[in-house]
Each structure stands twice: as C-alpha cells, then as structure tokens.
Design a protein around this ligand. Structure first.
Ligand code: APR
Length: 242
C-alpha cells in the first residue's frame, strides 16, 4: 500500500553516508569517496589498528575535526520533523558515525556502526565523548591507563551495535525507508528483506538505485536534501488527511 493510503504505526528509517553528503561529509564509495583515498584494510579493521595505531588515530582525528565544521542539511531536519510531528513511531537506524541526525533534533536513533565523537578504552571498557584528538599516549579518563583508547566505531569484521533491537523494530515496522545507502554492506543491506517479509511498505530514497533496489516497493531518486523533505511532507499530509 502506498503511503497515501494509510497512517503508519512504526516507521524504521535506515540512513547511510548519502544523507550527510550534502553537509560536506564524503561518502565511501562515490567517486572521490573515502575508500578511494584510504585502504579500508588500513583504517577500518582491527588488524589495521593493531598494525598502525597512530595512523588510524590520525584518520579518525581528521574526520572528527571535519565533522565539527559541518552542519545538518534539510534531509536531517526533515527526519527530525517527522519524529516530532508524525502520529506513528519513528526510529532512525543509521550506519553513519556523524552526529548530524542528533544535531538536527532526532532523538530516537541507533548508531549501528558507532559514533565518531565517542572513544572507548579497551582496558576498562569506558566509552566517553571526545571531540579532540586521540593518540596512543592519551590516558583513559576513567582508568588512567594510556595506550588502550580506540574510536568507538565498528570496523569491518566486528559486530555492529544494537542488532537485536534493530531486528525487532524491522519485524514490527509497517514502513521501511532506506536513505543514502549503497546497499553493499551487510547486515544493513539486508534490512529491507526482513522488513518486506514482515509486511512493511519499503521505499528507497537515494541518488541512484542501490544494490538492493529490487527489494523495495517504491523508489525515489535525487539529492537527499530535496527528496527527503518532500517525502516527509507527503507522509505528514497523508496522516492529517487520514
Ligand atoms: N543524496 C542521496 N543519496 C546520495 C547522495 C545525496 N546527495 N550522495 C550520494 N548518495 C548515495 C550514493 O548513490 C550511494 O548509494 O549514497 C550512497 C552512499 O553509499 P556508500 O558510500 O557505500 O555509503 P554507505 O551505504 O553508508 O556505506 C555503508 O560502509 O564503509 C562502510 O561503515 C561504512 O557505514 C558505512 C557502510
């Protein structure tokens, strides 16, 4: 059933790097993306961190600095408005490690790949907010030991966060929307299959068809800052008219 025919009870929205692209944060696999400049094996795996911790810290220190210079775009604000104004429940599940959803006002959010502005101590498990640079010499603010800090980000080969909660939400969703993701990295790329199997209406909002486009009922292509506010406007209007 298309959005215009109903008010949805539970909306799950999966976002990827494409929703933050127009804020000035590079995506991973578009031309000029991060994985063109860096080998993901070096900067986004536990092995790479063990091999060259200082180089990995430098990579995340730079991404942290860049993040503090940019701001949310209309797509982030539209999703925060949807959460505030829509009569049904809205959950954002993001693959992104930036905090642009939160800065736009989204409250109900799960960061399945962690958060750039958080650091974790491997010695004592303490997770804390960190906007500045981190190095192998930085002591943990809790246990005081140096050398154990790492970005609180999920690397390839590691288990994403919140998967049981996400799976439950996908099974209860009646609307699933994927925004700005290439559909190439699992388990996120498989979320549409779970949602569709549970009866959700599935919509893909992206710049171009993702690798899992075939599993969606509806597709809208264009820049997120344009198509996401329009889609949210339509959902809110349909809910009012209902
Ligand atoms: N508006 C909408 N979509 C866009 C825009 C835009 N302005 N710009 C790019 N896109 C789309 C691209 O077409 C592409 O499909 O966003 C998607 C970005 O794909 P990726 O770079 O692969 O990013 P993502 O899908 O989030 O990657 C998933 O891979 O490397 C890991 O952990 C990393 O979370 C990341 C995961």
């Amino acid at each position: 059933m298309r959005p215009k025919d109903r008010v949805f009870k539970k909306i799950v929205i999966l976002t990827g790097a494409g929703i933050s692209a127009e804020s000035g944060i590079p995506t991973f696999r578009d031309p000029g993306g991060l994985w063109e400049k860096y080998r993901l094996e070096d900067v986004a795996t536990p092995e790479g961190f063990r091999r060259q911790p200082e180089m990995v810290h430098a990579f995340y220190n730079q991404r942290r600095r860049d993040l503090l210079k940019v701001k949310p775009n209309p797509a982030h604000y539209a999703l925060a408005r949807l959460e505030r104004e829509y009569p049904g429940q809205v959950l954002v599940v993001t693959q992104n490690v930036d905090d642009l959803h939160e800065r736009a006002g989204t409250k109900n959010i799960l960061h399945m790949h962690g958060e750039l502005l958080k650091v974790r101590c491997e010695e004592c498990g303490h997770v804390f907010r960190e906007e500045g640079d981190v190095s192998v010499k930085t002591p943990c603010p809790k246990c005081g030991r140096p050398g154990g800090l790492r970005p609180h980000v999920v690397w390839f080969g590691e288990l994403p966060f919140h998967l049981p909660e996400i799976e439950m939400a996908l099974k209860q969703a009646d609307l699933f929307v994927a925004i700005g993701t290439s559909g190439t990295v699992y388990p996120a790329a498989g979320f549409v299959v779970i949602a569709r199997r549970s009866g959700a209406y599935c919509v893909e909002l992206n710049l171009e068809p993702s690798a899992v486009a075939e599993y969606f009922h509806e597709h809208r292509y264009g820049p997120a800052s344009k198509i996401v506010p329009l889609f949210v406007e339509e959902l809110l209007k349909n809910a009012k008219d209902f």
